[in-house]
Design a protein around this ligand. Structure first.
Ligand code: SF4
Length: 321
């Protein structure tokens, strides 16, 4: 079966000074959750925005393949992209308060999506909005439609964003750190909601997160990004069973695992920060932070296979310890 989203060798440069995304390739299969993981500044959100055609002015996008279902996104006009966005491809963001317009009611913002993409009248659009608010677990949806974003809690606002994204029955939902701004209990509720909706609606989900706990809970497939590149890609099962890239291992070492980490033991950390990569940068982007760096790491490092379906970008052999 062909993937819902196929990306090959995606590159994004900002003003010719920063190479934010460097040759990213991934596929999101129908009905799966594909997690894109990495620290802030690794290029995860920029990759998603590049797929959605929402990059900031000054950004230059290029790709060998950028296909959503049968549509070649590299050839689509801005008008064509606007028709797809919010319809068959939808996106939710980290902080719903900045995504929702504070000057309009929830109902008016949700209805607009349906009116624009489906040509529906206001009454039908509001009925659809109320139906979806109920579906995402919001009580008294009729009343909520008349409220403004500031009258809702953070968790309710994120539910509204999810409902709005579902207005036109999307095939692909891109969720960019959808629970980062929420407290732990609400975070668990939103993740459970996404899992339920995905199962019931057959959604394909590209989930961006820095939290490997969320990955362990949600992912079928995982792509780990660092400094604009994919550094490891595998099924979730394979990645957690045999993480291979030093960065992936470093991320896993930062997670407290009950029963294996003592209370008085400091948690793992990766010293340093993600570097800013200029166009023409060569070698492994992780080498300034990697305790295993070798002279060969200053040369181009290609992806290699650790096992069938499991790739990593490092000069070390897969069985290094
Ligand atoms: S290529 Fe070199 S610097 Fe990069 S992760 Fe592997 S060992 Fe470390």
């Amino acid at each position: 079966m062909s993937p819902v989203l196929e990306v090959a060798n995606l590159r994004v440069d900002f003003s010719g000074r920063t190479a934010a995304v460097r040759g990213v390739s991934l596929k999101v299969q129908r009905g799966e959750t594909h997690c894109l993981v990495g620290e802030s500044g690794c290029g995860k959100s920029v990759s998603a925005l590049a797929v959605m055609g929402l990059l900031a002015r000054g950004a230059v996008r290029d790709a060998d393949v950028l296909r959503f279902q049968d549509t070649d996104l590299t050839r689509l006009s801005e008008r064509g992209m606007a028709r797809l966005r919010g319809d068959k491809m939808a996106m939710i963001f980290q902080e719903p308060m900045t995504s929702l317009n504070p000057a309009y009611t929830i109902g008016s913002q949700m209805a607009e999506v349906y009116e624009r993409h489906r040509g529906a009248g206001r009454r039908a659009a509001l009925d659809r909005a109320a139906e979806l608010l109920g579906r995402v677990g919001i009580t008294a949806p009729g009343m909520r439609l008349a409220q403004f974003p500031h009258q809702l809690s953070g968790g309710l606002r994120q539910r509204v964003m999810i409902a709005m994204a579902l207005m036109c029955d999307p095939e692909l939902l891109i969720a960019d750190e959808p629970t980062t701004a929420l407290d732990v209990t609400v975070q668990a509720q939103i993740l459970r909601l996404l899992q339920t909706l995905q199962r019931e609606l057959g959604l394909s989900l590209l989930l961006i997160t820095h939290d490997l706990g969320i990955v362990a809970r949600m992912a079928n497939q995982v792509s780990v990004m660092y400094a604009g590149e994919l550094v490891e890609s595998a099924t979730a099962e394979a990645l957690f069973a045999a993480p291979t890239h030093p960065y992936t291992r470093g991320l896993l070492a930062c997670i407290p695992i009950p029963g294996t980490v003592r209370r008085d033991e400091p948690l793992g950390s990766i010293p340093g920060t993600v570097p800013r990569i200029s166009p023409g940068f060569a070698g492994c982007g992780f080498r300034d932070r990697c305790t295993h760096a070798l002279p060969a790491c200053a040369q181009t490092v290609a992806l290699r296979s650790a096992a069938p379906g499991h790739a990593y970008r490092c000069v070390l052999p897969a069985e290094w310890t």
